[in-house]
Design a protein around this ligand. Structure first.
Ligand code: IPM
Ligand code: MN
Length: 359
C-alpha cells in the first residue's frame, strides 16, 4: 500500500515522539512491503513563531491532500500563562479538526499487564480494563460563540449541539460497541444541561437501530468517579467534547502513564492520529518523553487503512518492549530508557532480517 502521510509534529516533545512513530511505521513498511511518504508541516506555537498563524494555509492544504495525518502535540507555556494572547497554539488543532470534519475522537484505554504495578490504582481495580472513549470533537463548548464584555469582567462560552452532530458520532460509537462487548455508556449532565438532554433523546432513538447493544447513562460527575473505582465495567463510553477531554485524561491513570494513550480522530475525509498527551514543555529536547502513545497512534493509523496484521505487529512489539522493561522514565525510574531507545527497540522487533537490539 502507498500512503501519503502529513506529519505535524508541533510543539514541545511532539517532534521527539513523532519521530519514533515514523521509525516504527518505516519498520512496518519495510517488513510488509508498503510505501509511506511523509511531508512535514508546521502547526501550533512553532507555526505562530514562523508565520504568526497556528495553522498556516500550506499546512491545511497539505493535510487535505494527504491520506492521513500523524500529529505530535501542541501548546507552549508562554501562551498558557498569558490569558490575553489572541493567537494561541491550540487554535491550530481546533481549526484543523473543524476544517477536516474530524467529528469523532477515539481513545482506547487498556491496562497493560506488565504495567499494573505502575498505576496508582490497586491491581484488582484496573485488571481487565478495556474501554474506548468516543468523544465528539467538533462541537459543544469548544466551538460555541465566545464573548468577553468590554470591561473584561464577564465572559461566556456557548455550548451548542444539534441532532445531526450527535447522530453521526453516536452511530460510530454503536458500531464500535457491536464489535466489542456490546455495551455503550452515554456520559452527560442531563440533570442540568439542555444539551445533555438532547444527547439522551437522540442517542436513545438511535439505540433502536442497535438492539444488540445495551445502552446506559451516567452523569459525568459520577462517571469521573466510576472510571477510577471500577473501570472494567465500561466498554464504549460516548460523550460530548469537553467531558471526553477530561474523562480521557483521567483514564490515563489506569494505564500508569498518560504517555501510553493513543487516539484517532475521524470524520468525512483525512483522519488524524495523535497521542492524547500534551506538549510536556519541561521534557522538550531531553529525549525522555514516552513515545508509546505516538507509536500506538501509528498502529491506529494502520488499522484505519485495514492493515490489521501490521497494526497487530506494532501492538505486539509495544507489548514486548513493555514486558521486557524497555520503557521511559515515566514508567520506570531505575532503567529509564530514552525516547529514541524505546523507538529503536520497538522498531527492531518489527523489522525483518534485523537483529533485535541489545539493550
Ligand atoms: C486534547 C487536547 C486538546 C483538546 C487541546 C490541545 C486543544 O487537550 O486533544 O485532548 O482539549 O481537545
Ligand atoms: Mn485533552
Amino acid at each position: 500500500m502507498n500512503l501519503n502521510i502529513a506529519v505535524l509534529s508541533g510543539d514541545g516533545i511532539g517532534p521527539e515522539v513523532t519521530a519514533e512513530a515514523q521509525k516504527v511505521l518505516d519498520a512496518v513498511a519495510d517488513r510488509f512491503g508498503h510505501t509511506f511518504n511523509y511531508s512535514q508541516a508546521l502547526v501550533g506555537a512553532v507555526a505562530i513563531d514562523e508565520c504568526n498563524n497556528p495553522l498556516p494555509d500550506e499546512t491545511l492544504e497539505l493535510c487535505k491532500a494527504s491520506q492521513a495525518i500523524l500529529f505530535g502535540a501542541i501548546g507552549h507555556p508562554k501562551y498558557d500563562n498569558n490569558p490575553d494572547a489572541k493567537i494561541r497554539p491550540e487554535q491550530g488543532l481546533l481549526k484543523l479538526r473543524k476544517e477536516l470534519g474530524l467529528f469523532t475522537n477515539i481513545r482506547p484505554v487498556q491496562a497493560f499487564d506488565a504495567l499494573i504495578s505502575k498505576s496508582p490504582l490497586k491491581k484488582d481495580i484496573i485488571q481487565g480494563t478495556d474501554l474506548v472513549i468516543y468523544r465528539e470533537l467538533t462541537g459543544g463548548i469548544y466551538f460555541g460563540e465566545k464573548t468577553l464584555s468590554e470591561d473584561g469582567t464577564v465572559a461566556s462560552d456557548l455550548c451548542e449541539y444539534s441532532k445531526p452532530e450527535i447522530e453521526r458520532v453516536a452511530h460510530l460509537a454503536f458500531k464500535a460497541a457491536q464489535h466489542r462487548r456490546k455495551k455503550l455508556t452515554l456520559v452527560d449532565k442531563a440533570n442540568v444541561l439542555e444539551t445533555s438532554r438532547l444527547w439522551r433523546k437522540v442517542v436513545t432513538a438511535i439505540s433502536k437501530q442497535y438492539p444488540d447493544v445495551e445502552l446506559d447513562f451516567l452523569f459525568v460527575d459520577n462517571a469521573a468517579m466510576q472510571v477510577i473505582l471500577a473501570p472494567s465495567q465500561f466498554d464504549v463510553i460516548l460523550t460530548e467534547n469537553m467531558f471526553g477531554d477530561i474523562i480521557s485524561d483521567e483514564c490515563s491513570v489506569i494505564g500508569g502513564s498518560i504517555g501510553l494513550l493513543a487516539s484517532a480522530s475521524v470524520g468525512s475525509g483525512t483522519a488524524l492520529f495523535e497521542p492524547i498527551h500534551g506538549s510536556y514543555p519541561q521534557a522538550t529536547g531531553k529525549n525522555i518523553a514516552n513515545p508509546l502513545a505516538s507509536i500506538l497512534s501509528a498502529a491506529m493509523l494502520l488499522e484505519h487503512f485495514n492493515l490489521i496484521t501490521e497494526a497487530k505487529t506494532v501492538r505486539d512489539a509495544v507489548n514486548r518492549a513493555i514486558s521486557e522493561g524497555v520503557v521511559t522514565v515515566d514508567l520506570n525510574k531505575e532503567t529509564n530508557f530514552s525516547t529514541s531507545q524505546v523507538g529503536d527497540v520497538v522498531a527492531s522487533f518489527i523489522q525483518k532480517n534485523k537483529e533485535v537490539l541489545n539493550y
